[in-house]
Design a binder for this molecule. Structure first.
Ligand code: NAD
Length: 311
């Protein structure tokens, strides 16, 4: 197939591009290189089934032209990273809502199979675990300093499902949880690359709050495997999926495991939220996905162990 990946020079996008090209597909990666990097797609440069286009998803004509050439679209481009979205909420809103609408509109011609990247943040501060795709979504914007990202992604989901309902667009929403692996950088606040970097340099690992908050980390190769299987599963169309590993780990334990596997002499330092984030910041204590729908639909769930992910 001819496939367009927006955000194709990003972390997940570049891994997906490599996998699709190696499976025999032709890939066009559209990216404005705001958080993505050309080096991410260096291995594909010059390949006759790969093309990189530098540009923005806010350019509706460019998006339409590239979509017209494609048979399927993975829409991964977004303003991401805790720090970036807290510093620039309006960028998050503009890119993540207008950009997504451009992609969905462009996909309408010939009704292209379209994947839209969402996030576990749409579950907000839900207290019912695990998070299931059918749960009601309440972001709680008052104390959620990532409200711009969470609400823009929620709107992306609503918009996508409206296109499915009203135009029969074969679209699929992917709710990614913490996805990590090679090429992810800590520049925008991603915890695992930051810990690894600190451990390798012998600096303290800064754990925010008590460290008892937990997350589930999935390996990018597992996430890509799920995406590729969803492509060939017609029953997945029009649906929302948690795409995640459901093995839970506290952030303190994550720091300990990073120190252990790197053989580092770094110490763990607990840092109060107030000294890192603006007043009133409240973290999400847990983010635990229910991945049974994904497994039922494609016969696969991300389950690579944390030790392998850290390595
Ligand atoms: P990333 O920052 O590496 O990828 C995003 C890419 O989009 C970057 O290459 C960036 O340059 C590009 N981009 C940003 N604005 C653009 C624009 N206006 N036009 C064109 N390109 C633009 O991050 P990622 O982790 O690979 O995230 C990919 C997608 O998955 C995003 O939609 C993100 O919200 C979602 N997601 C990721 C995670 C995770 O843990 N990695 C978790 C939840 C959701």
């Amino acid at each position: 197939m001819r496939i367009l990946i927006t955000g194709g020079a990003g972390f997940i996008g570049s891994h997906l591009a490599e996998r699709l090209v190696s499976d025999g597909h032709s890939v066009t990666a559209l990216d404005d290189l705001s958080t993505g990097r050309r080096e991410n797609v260096a291995a594909l440069t010059g390949h006759n089934r790969f093309r990189f286009v530098e540009g923005t998803i806010l350019d509706s004509m460019l998006v339409q032209d590239l979509a017209d050439e494609a048979e399927a679209i993975f829409h991964l481009a977004a303003a991401v990273g805790v720090k970036l979205i807290m510093d620039e909420p309006s960028r998050s809103i503009l890119t993540n809502i207008n950009g997504t609408e451009n992609v969905l509109k462009a996909a309408l011609k010939d009704g292209k199979l379209t994947f839209v990247a969402s996030t576990s943040e749409v579950y907000g501060k839900a207290q019912k675990f695990p998070f299931s795709e059918d749960d009601d979504l309440t972001i709680g914007a008052t104390k959620n300093l990532r409200w711009s990202y969470a609400s823009a992604k929620q709107l992306d989901e609503f918009l996508t499902l409206a296109y499915v309902r009203e135009t029969q667009l074969p679209a699929i929403v992917l709710r990614f949880f913490n996805t990590t692996g090679p090429r992810q950088t800590g520049r925008y606040g991603m915890v695992l690359p930051n810990f690894v970097q600190s451990a390798l340099e012998g600096r303290p690992l800064m754990v925010h709050g008590t460290g008892e908050q937990s997350r589930c980390f999935g390996h990018v190769a597992d996430v890509v495997e799920a995406m590729v299987r969803l492509m060939t599963t017609p029953a997945a169309q029009g649906q929302v999926f948690n795409v995640a590993n459901d093995q839970e780990v506290t952030i303190r334990s994550l720091a300990e495991q990073v120190i252990q596997s790197t053989g580092s002499s770094s110490e763990i330092r607990l840092v109060p939220y107030e000294s890192v984030y603006p007043e009133g910041f409240e973290d999400m204590e847990r983010r635990l996905p229910d991945v049974s729908k994904l497994e039922r639909t494609i016969g696969f769930r991300p389950r690579r162990p944390l030790s392998e992910i850290i390595a």
